[in-house]
Design a protein around this ligand. Structure first.
Ligand SMILES: *Cc1c(COP(=O)(O)O)cnc(C)c1O
Length: 342
C-alpha cells in the first residue's frame, strides 16, 4: 500500500498526491483521455483508491462517505421486487435507507440478528448484507459459511467491513461478492474527514459501482481523498497500537466489579462494556480524561458513547469504547482510575 503510488513516480514528481481541485480538464476535440470532467474522475481520489485497492487486493470505487458507498452497493445489487437480508444489530442507517427510502422503490428487507445469520434460510433473498463484528453489539457470523449459503441461494453477499478494515478481515477472500467500508473510521483514522469505498473482484459489479457514482454525482472531494490517503499511510501502525491497547484494557475490564458485561470479538479496537445504568455509564465516559465523548470510532483518540442514546437495542448502561493510539500506560492508568471512582 505504501508504495502503490511511489512505485510509479518519475523523477521530480511529488511523493504525496497533489490535491487537484478542478471541475474541468483541458479537452479539445475528440475526448482521448479519461480525464474528462470532475464528476467522473479526479487524480487525488484515484490516489486514495490505489492505496485502498492495494489493501483489498481488488479494484475500488471511492465515495464521499460510508453511507454513499452503502447506497451505491444497494442500488447496484437490489432491484424492484427483490428482498434484502440485513443484520438487525448492524449499522442502523443501512436499515433506515431500506425502510424509509428503498421500500418506496419496491425493495423489501428482513432484519435478523447477526448470530442468527448462520441458521437463516437465504433462498428468499437477492442480497445478503452481513456486518461482522456487528456495530454496536459486536456479535459475529462466519463470512465463509454465509458466502457458501448465499452462493447456493443465488444471492449477492455484501459485507460491511468498517469495524475491522481489510488489514484485520478480508471478506473478498472469504467469498463475499462486494465489500463496503466507512473509511471515515479507522481507515482515514484521524476523525477529520468522511470517506467510503466499495471493493469487488466482480467486473460487472465494479462497472456498475463506477457508473452509479458518475450518474449519481457522488465522487469524493479531493481534499477528503488526500486526508484519507495520508491517514492510510499509518493504518498498520495505528491498528497495532489500538489493538494492543484494547487487549491490555481487556485485562482491566474482565472481572472488574464496575462492569457487568464485556464484549470483545478477540481482535480489533472496539469494546462493548455494560455498566450498571445510564448514570454510571455517562460518568465513566465523561469523567475519564483519556476518553473523548463522541459518536463514531476508529480514530487516534480513545472515544466512547452510550449507544442507547440513539435508540440502539442495547442496555442503557452499554458503552461502545473505541480504543485509540494513546501510550498504553497512560491510557490504562486513566481508565482504571475512572472505573475505581464510579
Ligand atoms: C459509520 C459507519 C457507516 C457509515 O459511514 P459514514 O462514513 O458515517 O457515512 C457504515 N457502516 C458502519 C459499520 C459504520 O460504523
Amino acid at each position: 500500500m505504501l508504495h502503490a503510488r511511489s512505485g510509479h513516480l518519475e523523477n521530480g514528481e511529488p511523493i504525496s498526491p497533489p490535491i487537484v481541485t478542478t471541475a474541468k480538464y483541458a479537452l479539445a476535440g475528440t475526448p482521448n483521455t479519461p480525464y474528462t470532467y470532475g464528476r467522473d474522475i479526479n487524480p487525488t481520489v484515484e490516489a486514495a483508491e490505489a492505496a485502498i485497492a492495494a489493501l483489498e487486493e481488488a479494484p475500488v470505487v471511492a465515495f464521499p462517505s460510508g453511507m454513499a458507498a452503502i447506497t451505491a452497493a444497494l442500488m447496484i445489487t437490489a432491484k424492484a421486487g427483490d428482498r434484502v437480508l440485513v443484520p438487525s444489530d448492524g449499522y442502523y442507517v443501512t436499515r433506515v435507507m431500506l425502510e424509509e427510502i428503498l421500500s418506496g422503490h419496491d425493495i423489501r428487507f428482513d432484519a435478523v440478528p447477526t448470530r442468527a445469520f448462520a441458521t437463516t434460510d437465504l433462498s428468499p433473498y437477492a442480497v445478503v448484507w452481513a456486518e461482522t463484528p456487528s456495530n454496536p453489539g459486536l456479535d459475529l457470523c462466519s463470512i465463509r459459511s454465509i458466502a457458501e449459503a448465499a452462493k447456493s441461494a443465488g444471492a449477492t453477499l455484501v459485507v460491511d467491513n468498517t469495524t475491522l478494515t481489510p488489514l484485520l478481515q478480508r471478506p473478498l477472500d472469504l467469498g463475499a461478492d462486494l465489500v463496503v467500508s466507512s473509511d471515515t473510521k479507522a481507515m482515514a483514522g484521524h476523525s477529520d474527514c468522511l470517506f467510503g469505498h466499495v471493493a469487488t473482484r466482480d467486473d460487472a459489479l465494479l462497472a456498475k459501482a463506477a457508473k452509479w457514482r458518475k450518474v449519481s454525482g457522488s465522487i469524493p472531494d479531493p481534499f477528503a481523498a488526500f486526508l484519507t490517503h495520508r491517514g492510510l499511510m499509518t493504518l498498520e501502525i495505528r491498528l497495532e497500537r489500538m489493538c494492543a491497547n484494547a487487549t491490555a484494557l481487556m485485562n482491566v475490564f474482565e472481572d472488574h466489579p464496575a462492569i457487568e458485561q464485556v464484549k470483545y470479538p478477540g481482535m480489533g479496537f472496539v469494546i462493548g462494556l455494560t455498566l450498571a445504568n445510564e448514570a454510571k455509564a455517562e460518568a465513566f465516559i465523561n469523567d475519564c480524561p483519556a476518553i473523548f465523548a463522541s459518536t463514531s470510532f476508529g480514530g487516534v483518540h480513545t472515544s466512547a458513547e452510550r449507544r442507547a442514546r440513539w435508540g440502539d437495542n442495547v442496555p442503557d448502561g452499554f458503552v461502545r469504547l473505541s480504543v485509540g493510539c494513546e501510550p498504553s500506560d497512560a491510557l490504562i492508568t486513566a481508565i482504571e482510575a475512572s472505573l475505581a471512582a464510579l
